[in-house]
Design a protein around this ligand. Structure first.
Ligand SMILES: [Ca+2]
Length: 526
């Protein structure tokens, strides 16, 4: 891989420079823009002004090196013939090894929070490179406006109220990812995969985390895991609350994203069986508060009032680069499906941006649920391509199973569908419409459902609705409910139907008996 060699060479130079001259600041061109409208967020081609970003490395435990920024991928995105997404051959074909799966998940990173998706200032060179080598999804959704539910959907393919993780699990709730749920790592283990989860978990309530009576990452299909319950504590700097395979890691030195990437590299290099395919979850804590940003990344935005947040995004992007390098070094990048996304929208008061979308974290408007999405799978995904088909985090379960020719579970509803047809230009055929319910939303946007270009947003008690033609009105500025009563009724019926089935299938008692009421986002009403 020429690109890989070039990157590694630049990496080495960058690390050397950083080591001998840590205080020397790279020459950065910050491209200014007055407003970030849709044009800026267009995913047609990679037309951003080339960014110059330099090295800013700081050794952390277990990590050989890291750099703040790398050039965009050198591959000529436009020239490659369009490869057809296809499944791997069945197990037993020794000549064609099954693909590895890496899901890299940011925490609270908004649709507008990267150079890759049009932010004029934030440096995300590794995400740029990933997009240059793969596909950028312009309508990638999280399954919820908050953490735990969204994460549960990625692992199970099921919308959160259906799988039981109906709320974020920050206190002492009954809810958790039940042992009865089927996760994709579990399915992959059945056909010989090794599995690893590093970073945030957040699929247990606080009193359940690392308590054997409740299912832990190891009970949900992960051979090796190093996780926190929720946030890195006390912050991203020197977090002391990682648990590795049930045992406290203790004090660390470094920043969370780099510590996570270092553990990933260690697992790839030293722990896993290189003869087996693998599934790896890299769920970093950045840019969720409390934010702590390496000064090396802050310095990239020296003087800007939002330098801490923007540097935090570059910090997580740097970790993405470390993971990409580790895959290269292991010689497995060409046979790895690498998907980057976020678990929900951003928090504006901490510095995040939706890129113009309405709402933010917790909202069922686009700002809470439309997130960055980039995938790379060499030989299967056209480099530098764009996918405008809406996809959602819960699609990853079906996508992964499709890649390895495993059937979907037949005994339960799977909300997500495989993304592979969409990557080949064929719209996904959904049996269950895109659906969101986020318990801590504002009253007026508690639920949402999308079919085609139409999206309906409902209030907490399902009595008031807004209708948007989302392709045209991506900012959700024009409520068409009054002028399109028939379409509104059609989507209302679909919404009621989906919700009724979810109430029947999910552990309804968990949300009906919730003891802890949210401090934000009004009341819990059903
Ligand atoms: Ca989150």
């Amino acid at each position: 891989m020429n690109g890989t060699k070039k990157r590694l060479k630049l990496l080495s130079i960058a690390c050397l420079l950083a080591t001998v001259a840590a205080a020397e600041r790279p020459n950065i061109i910050l491209d200014m823009a007055d407003d970030m409208g849709r044009q800026d967020l267009s995913c047609e081609g990679n037309d951003r002004v080339a960014q110059k970003a330099g090295a800013a490395a700081k050794p952390v435990e277990g990590a050989k090196s890291e750099v703040a920024a790398k050039p965009k991928g050198a591959e000529n995105a436009g020239d490659a013939d369009k490869p057809k997404p296809k499944r791997a051959d069945n197990a037993g074909d020794a000549d064609k090894p099954k693909p590895n799966v890496v899901i890299f998940l940011a925490d609270d990173m908004g649709w507008g929070d990267s150079g890759t998706f049009g932010h004029p200032l934030i440096k995300t060179p590794n995400l740029d490179q990933l997009a240059a080598e793969g596909v950028k999804f312009t309508q990638c959704y999280s399954a919820s406006g908050v953490c735990s539910p969204s994460r549960s959907a990625i692992l199970t393919g099921r919308t959160p109220y259906r799988n039981g993780v109906w709320r974020h699990l920050s206190g002492n709730h009954d809810a958790h990812l039940r042992a009865s749920e089927i996760t994709y790592p579990e399915r992959l283990k059945e056909i010989g995969y090794e599995t690893c989860h590093v970073g945030k978990w957040h699929l247990n309530a606080r009193h359940q985390f690392n308590v054997p009576e409740f299912p832990q990452p190891g009970d949900h299909g992960y051979d090796h895991w190093m996780t926190t319950h929720n946030n890195a504590s006390p912050s991203h700097k020197n977090p002391d609350n990682f648990i590795r395979n049930g045992k406290a890691v203790g004090a660390t030195e470094g920043y969370s994203a780099q510590l996570v990437a270092a553990e990933v590299a260690r697992w790839l290099n030293d722990i896993r069986d290189p003869k087996k395919p693998f599934a790896l979850s890299v769920w970093v804590h950045e840019p969720h508060s409390p934010i702590a940003t390496d000064p090396a990344f802050m310095d990239l935005y020296d003087g800007h009032e939002n330098a801490k947040y923007m540097g935090n995004i570059t910090q997580l992007d740097n970790a993405l680069g470390q993971v990409m390098d580790a895959l290269d070094r292991a010689g497995v990048a060409d046979n790895t499906f690498l998907f980057f996304t976020s678990d929900n929208g951003p928090v504006a008061r901490f510095g995040g941006t939706t890129g113009g979308l309405r709402g933010g974290k917790r909202s069922s408007h686009e700002g809470g649920i439309r997130v960055p999405g980039v995938a790379r799978w060499p030989g299967h995904i056209k480099p530098g391509s764009t996918c405008t088909t809406p996809v959602i985090g819960s699609d990853l379960f079906a996508t992964v199973l499709d890649m390895v020719d495993l059937p979907l579970p037949a005994d339960r509803t799977i909300d997500g569908v495989s993304m592979l047809p969409a990557l080949n230009g064929t719209p996904a055929k959904r049996t269950v419409p895109l659906f969101w319910r986020t318990h801590v939303s504002q009253v007026g946007d508690r639920v949402a459902l999308r079919i085609g270009d139409w999206k309906i947003v409902g209030n907490d008690v399902l009595t008031e609705f807004q209708l948007f033609e989302i392709e045209k009105d991506w900012k959700e500025e024009h409520n068409l409910a009054a002028t399109h009563p028939e379409k509104t009724e059609e989507l209302k019926r679909a919404l009621f139907d989906v919700w009724k089935k979810i109430e029947t299938e999910g552990p309804k008692e968990w949300w009906l008996t919730e003891r802890q009421k949210p401090s934000k986002g009004s009341t819990l009403n059903y």
